[in-house]
Ligand binder design. Structure first.
Ligand code: ADP
Length: 382
């Protein structure tokens, strides 16, 4: 049986393992959190640091294939494993380029991919050189995620919010809509593109709030965005599943924001709403199987279940009783502790009416909440 290792055991790893039941594969997880979401679903669990060279190398050397569920891993160990003949998907060179937003943006520029213009900065002080470039978005090179490591700088006074480490300062785009397109590339370079989805972000957490499929965009824009995403992914020259995040600006121009070289939050609806889920698709890539179709079976909306503000402690889900439709699917990631802004699960609702998508999303968001047993700062009664 093919032995496949996944670096990281969070919710993405968990959902990948849930999809593995349809395939002949022996699954291995490397993760340093013992009770992580993927812990109970894998065949073999190794407790260890995905950023440590020896740990990753030892974990990978007896596997047939290795992949990631997070970019922040030891790429050097993956390079050595690749040299020794292990199939590393995506290729370590692509992972290395994507994992740093500076090299990722430079790659876009080099390959004439439309993406907001930028400057590279090394310190906060250096930002004063770019006052005329504002409004702009400052993004840390390495280590940012879910909007952490991103600051919107509108004027001179905002410069103090910038980062004092290598970062990109990107021209602010007047965004009309944010969309994402997943592109799958198999080991013999066949490509399958997923339908574009629309992403609505929480303005305070800067975190994906809702996702609507299909995206409410014109066929012409859909075609253009597909073309841009496909060209970009072809230029990576690597098998893998890639999620390309794009902006549509107020004059309907399409820009690439960033790419994730893995399964992605913007593709969770695919489990129920598409002919092949993003997780099945990645298994098909890893196991050299024919890539499945990506037709939309039903329009959908996906809502993240995010730890409610003010609650830190043992997680508790409330409001599920009021969901009566059998077309609503609640995914719980099995994280014991909730804290404000933590991704705890997601809900996919099928058969939505596109005009009512936002209404449905708000209803779900306000009805199903993740709180904790005891409210933060509530004095304990002893
Ligand atoms: P992360 O990798 O943490 O998700 P992103 O680069 O996707 O960070 O940025 C988070 C959000 O910030 C985007 O979804 C978008 O809403 C906003 N943003 C990022 N870049 C720009 C930009 N150039 N212009 C306007 N808004 C931006």
């Amino acid at each position: 049986m093919t032995k496949v290792g996944i670096l990281g055991g969070g919710q993405l790893g968990r959902m990948l393992l849930q999809a593995a039941t349809k395939f002949k594969v022996e699954t291995h997880i490397l993760e340093n959190q013992e009770n992580c979401p993927a812990r109970t679903l894998c065949n073999h669990f190794t407790l260890g640091d995905i950023n440590d060279f020896d740990t990753v190398y030892r974990f990978g050397k007896n596997l047939d294939c290795i992949t990631i569920e997070i970019e922040q891993v030891c790429v050097e160990a993956l390079e050595k494993l690749e040299e020794e003949g292990i199939a590393v998907i995506p290729k370590p060179a692509v992972l290395k380029m994507i994992k740093n937003k500076i090299t990722q943006k430079e790659f876009y520029k080099e390959h004439t991919i439309p993406s907001p213009i930028f400057h590279v900065t090394d310190s906060k002080e250096e930002l004063t050189k770019y006052i005329d470039f504002l409004p702009a978005v400052h993004k840390v090179g390495v280590g940012g995620y879910d909007g952490k490591g991103v600051e919107l700088l509108y004027n001179k006074e905002d410069l103090s919010k910038g980062f004092d480490r290598p970062a990109v300062l990107e021209k602010m785009t007047p965004i009309k809509q944010e969309i994402a397109i997943q592109v799958a590339v198999d080991q013999t370079n066949n490509i399958v593109v997923f339908p574009p989805v629309e992403m609505v972000f929480d303005p305070t957490l800067n975190l994906l709030d809702f996702q609507i499929c299909p995206a409410r965009i014109s066929p012409a824009l859909q075609k253009e965005a597909n073309q841009i995403a496909t060209n970009l992914v072809r230029s990576f020259q690597s098998p893998g599943l890639f999620a390309v995040e794009l902006f549509i600006d107020k004059s309907d121009k399409v820009w690439v924001n960033e790419t994730a070289p893995r399964v992605h939050n913007s593709g969770h609806h695919s489990i129920e709403a598409l002919a092949t889920s993003q997780f099945e698709m990645l298994w098909q890539i890893l196991l050299n199987e024919k890539l499945g179709p990506t037709d939309v079976q039903q329009p959908s909306i996906m809502v993240n279940i995010i730890g409610a503000p003010g609650y830190t402690g043992v997680a508790k889900l409330e409001g599920t009783d009021s969901i009566t439709t059998k077309e609503t699917f609640i995914h719980w990631y099995g994280k014991e502790i909730t804290k404000p802004g933590r991704k705890m699960g997601h809900i996919t609702c099928l058969g939505i009416i596109p005009e009512k998508a936002m209404e449905t999303a708000h209803y779900l968001k306000n009805t199903i909440r993740c709180i904790s047993e005891a409210k933060e700062n509530t004095p304990k009664i002893v």
